[in-house]
Design a protein around this ligand. Structure first.
Ligand code: NAP
Length: 283
């Protein structure tokens, strides 16, 4: 029976540490500030933004939410980003995704100054991360690395299989695991015989957004299993991509959904905002 990796508890612990760091920064005259721009009426986005705002307040990071109507033009959004880029009191800028149809996501993400791009989605930060240089790594993969460290799970030399290759989870996850010296295999919807790959893995990270993509027969005895997925089961309850009940009997460590990777994602966003403020004032 696996150890259940408690992302909620770790996130609380890290937030307590951040609170002290932010207090010290404030004493030195540095006030870390995040601005989140939310366009439109997507209910899930409103919940995510509220949670980010709440988490900033918990650790003392100044947080402002700019809410714009669904029909906002791309030009208007770009002008707002331009002003935030110029505003020296703003350390981090985050545009909540998805954006309404009339707005091109790529154009908007590229308009944010890389040094304020705390989501780590700007191509400059993607490039810096892949060459292992100082930038911002996306929050979800960074949160997973933090969890592996917390549970003293070795990464170097381990076979790591990642299911999913999105720009926000799968690909940056592969880059970070490679940077930590894992031997990385990236799987996706065109992968032939997924189980053949996952059965070789010491660490399996699942970010497919499909229930039961990873079942017990696909996992090696003692493997570490990280579940990024957020789905609803037949009863409407939140569940991951992993058949948790069966896989936990075979794995050595496993993350639950909810209470695993999710809470760590917001914590890493806070970490990136603190980093942005430190770098901004160092410059
Ligand atoms: P995405 O953009 O939809 O990407 C899903 C990836 O999974 C794609 O690369 C896809 O392959 C692959 N895939 C889908 N079905 C597969 C299958 N049956 N076998 C193998 N590969 C398969 O999703 P995402 O944005 O990366 O998010 C993934 C999941 O994580 C979602 O449930 C999302 O809600 C969740 N999530 C959670 C957090 C958190 O904080 N906990 C943060 C972000 C995302 P192709 O590329 O070939 O299409």
């Amino acid at each position: 029976m696996a150890t259940i990796m408690d992302g909620k508890a770790l996130s609380q612990k890290l937030k307590q540490q951040m609170k002290l760091r932010v207090e010290e920064m404030k004493q030195a005259g540095i006030m870390p500030k995040l601005v989140v721009v939310l366009v439109g009426n997507d209910p899930a986005s409103h919940v995510y933004v509220r949670n980010k705002h709440k988490a900033c307040n918990e650790v003392g990071i100044l947080s402002e939410v700019i809410e714009l109507p669904e029909e906002t033009s791309q030009q208007t959004l770009l002008e707002i980003i331009g002003k935030l880029n110029q505003d020296s009191t703003v350390d981090g800028i985050l545009v909540q995704l998805p954006l309404p149809k009339q707005i091109n996501e790529k154009t908007v993400l590229r308009a944010i100054l890389p040094e304020k791009d705390v989501d780590g989605f700007h191509p400059v930060n993607v490039g810096l991360m892949s060459i292992g240089d100082e930038g911002f790594a996306p929050a979800t993969p960074s949160g997973i690395i933090a969890m592996l460290h917390e549970y003293h799970i070795p990464i170097a030399g381990k076979n790591c299989v990642i299911i999913g290759r999105s720009n926000i989870v799968g690909k940056p996850m592969a880059a970070l695991m490679l940077r930590h010296d894992a031997t990385v295999t990236s799987c996706h919807s065109k992968t032939k015989d997924l189980a053949q790959h996952t059965r070789q893995a010491d660490i399996v990270i699942v970010a497919a957004g499909r229930r039961n993509v990873l079942t017990a027969d696909m996992v090696k005895e003692g493997a570490v299993v990280i579940d990024v997925g957020m789905n609803r089961n037949d009863e409407g309850k939140l569940c991951g991509d992993v058949d948790f009940a069966a896989v936990k009997e075979k794995a050595s460590y496993i993350t639950p959904v909810p209470g695993g990777v999710g809470p760590m994602t917001i914590t890493e966003l806070l970490e990136n905002t603190i980093l942005a403020a430190q770098r901004h004032h160092r410059a």
